[in-house]
Design a protein around this ligand. Structure first.
Ligand code: URA
Length: 262
């Protein structure tokens, strides 16, 4: 693919990206819901889809040709880097060599669950930006059984060495199992929060990112994110925060916890 693309009609580019038929995309433009590099688009505008920043309803639209967006279920023991000097299995090794992709953010070596993998630098940048505060939901198996008072402490914020954590959604879903939703992306945050309240983590699984979950995706599997899911993510980014519902499934059962040594 060359860098220079002939400008294309905006509705054609939006339709290709999955926003509906050209007619539907024309309506989006006419209703003033589409911007090109921050300026409200008008019907007839042409763009270089490779370079222009297109937003629909304030949410970044992934319109550049060749972009791929995957949802991956990371198994435990896999590193979230492109290469590992110690020769451990990497997230990238689960994917074809081309196009070159990278994980958005990181999960600890022993953390399992959902990770977005893409070659979309703009989306990755937005998703990782601390000010965007996209919710991430975790199921957490801990030692012992946290009391209601402990759950409240986690919810309200606990003091870590890099400062107090922001209010989180926390609920006890079974004996020794918490569901925690945070929007900060601090290093090892969930593990450190649980350590701090005296219930070290035994197993940590990310179950949702910005409202996107998939209980049917097995560890080591990935699938393409749908346009609807991409729009959901972009809206979550645009909103800065979103009230994603807690997931209904419970991949951590009382009997399948594993001791994890970090
Ligand atoms: N919090 C953690 O402690 N570890 C992760 O991998 C993700 C969130």
């Amino acid at each position: 693919m060359t860098d220079e693309q002939a400008p294309e009609r905006l509705q054609k580019v939006l339709a290709r990206a999955g926003y509906g038929s050209r007619r539907v995309c024309e309506d989006l433009i006419e209703d003033g819901r589409v911007t090109i590099d921050g300026v409200v688009a008008t019907l007839g505008d042409k763009i270089d889809a490779q370079r222009a920043r297109i937003e629909v309803d304030g949410a970044l639209a992934p319109v550049a040709p060749g972009l791929v967006h995957y949802l991956f279920n990371k198994p435990g023991g896999v590193v979230t880097t492109a290469s590992d000097p110690q020769g451990r299995t990497t997230v990238v090794s689960f994917f074809p060599e081309t196009p070159r992709i990278f994980p958005v953010g990181r999960l600890d070596l022993h953390t399992e669950g959902l990770l977005i993998v893409t070659n979309d630098g703009a989306l990755a940048h937005d998703l990782m930006h601390p000010s965007k505060g996209v919710d991430k939901e975790y199921l957490v198996q801990v030692t012992g059984d946290p009391s209601p008072a402990t759950v409240r402490r986690l919810r309200e914020g606990v003091d870590l060495e890099d400062g107090r954590t922001a209010p989180a959604k926390v609920s006890r879903v079974a004996e020794g199992v918490l569901r925690i939703t945070i929007h900060e992306g601090r290093n090892r945050q969930v593990r450190r929060m649980c350590d701090q309240v005296g219930h070290p983590v035994l197993r940590l699984v990310r179950t949702r990112i910005g409202g996107i979950g998939d209980a049917s995706l097995k560890p080591g599997e990935y699938r393409t994110l749908s346009v609807k899911e991409l729009q959901k993510l972009a809206s979550a980014i645009a909103a800065g925060t979103q009230g994603s519902p807690h997931s209904d499934t419970l991949p951590i059962g009382p009997n399948d916890a594993e001791e994890v040594n970090e």
